[in-house]
Design a protein around this ligand. Structure first.
Ligand SMILES: CC(C)(COP(=O)(O)OP(=O)(O)OC[C@H]1O[C@@H](n2cnc3c(N)ncnc32)[C@H](O)[C@@H]1OP(=O)(O)O)[C@@H](O)C(=O)NCCC(=O)NCCS
Length: 153
C-alpha cells in the first residue's frame, strides 16, 4: 500500500470511487471538471496499481481546512485506509498552518475515531458555505460537521 498525490491519469478512478458512493446517497457527487480543478488537493491510496482510497484537503479561509471527497473502495473498507489518508491530509494541513480542520460528513463515527469532535454547523466560518449553493441538497444540508483543532495555534 502506498499513499501518493494524484495525477491526471488518476481522475477516472477517483471519479468512479466517489460517484459510486454518491449514487447511493452516501457522499456528494463530484464532476470531472471539479476533479481536474482540485487535482492537487487529492491524496490516493494505491495497492498493486489499483486506487483503493481517495481524499482531499481543501482550504477556503485563514487557518481553515476541510477534509473532503474521502472514499475507500468497499472491498477494502475497515482496513485502516481511511485513517491513513486522513492522517496524511492532516500532516499536509499542519504543514501549511491549518488550525481548524473539519469535515462535513454522514460518517461522524469514523471521524470521531480520528479525534474529530461534532460541532454545530453554524459555528464554522461562513466561507465554508460558499460552495453549498451548488449542492443538490441546498439549503437542506443534513451533513454533520466534525472538527479537529490542530496544534498550529
Ligand atoms: C468512511 C470511510 C472513508 C472510512 O474508511 P475506512 O478505511 O473504512 O476506515 P478505517 O478502516 O480507516 O477506520 C478507522 C477507524 O474508524 C472506524 N470506522 C470506520 N468507518 C466507520 C463508521 N462508518 N462509523 C464508525 N466508525 C467507523 C473503524 O472501525 C476504525 O476504528 P478502530 O481504529 O477502532 O479500528 C469509508 O467507509 C468510505 O469510503 N465510506 C463511504 C464514503 C464516505 O462516507 N466518505 C466520507 C465523506 S466525508
Amino acid at each position: 500500500m502506498i499513499l501518493r498525490k494524484a495525477k491526471f491519469s488518476d481522475v477516472e478512478a477517483i471519479y468512479a470511487l466517489i460517484n459510486d458512493y454518491a449514487d447511493k446517497g452516501l457522499m456528494l457527487a463530484r464532476s470531472r471538471n471539479t476533479l481536474y480543478e482540485s487535482l492537487r488537493e487529492f491524496t490516493l491510496a494505491e495497492e498493486n496499481g489499483v486506487i483503493v482510497g481517495v481524499g482531499a484537503l481543501h482550504t477556503c479561509w485563514d487557518e481553515l481546512g476541510e477534509i473532503r471527497a474521502l472514499a475507500v473502495a468497499p472491498s477494502m473498507a475497515r482496513t485502516g485506509i481511511g485513517r491513513m489518508i486522513v492522517e496524511k491530509l492532516t500532516e499536509e494541513a499542519l504543514a501549511i498552518g491549518v488550525v481548524t480542520l473539519y469535515a462535513l460528513t454522514y460518517q461522524p463515527g469514523f471521524f470521531a475515531k480520528l479525534g474529530f469532535v461534532e460541532k454545530p454547523k453554524e459555528t464554522l466560518s461562513h466561507k465554508v458555505w460558499k460552495e453549498c449553493i451548488n449542492c443538490a441538497k441546498f439549503p437542506n444540508c443534513d451533513e454533520i460537521a466534525m472538527v479537529k483543532i490542530l496544534p498550529n495555534s
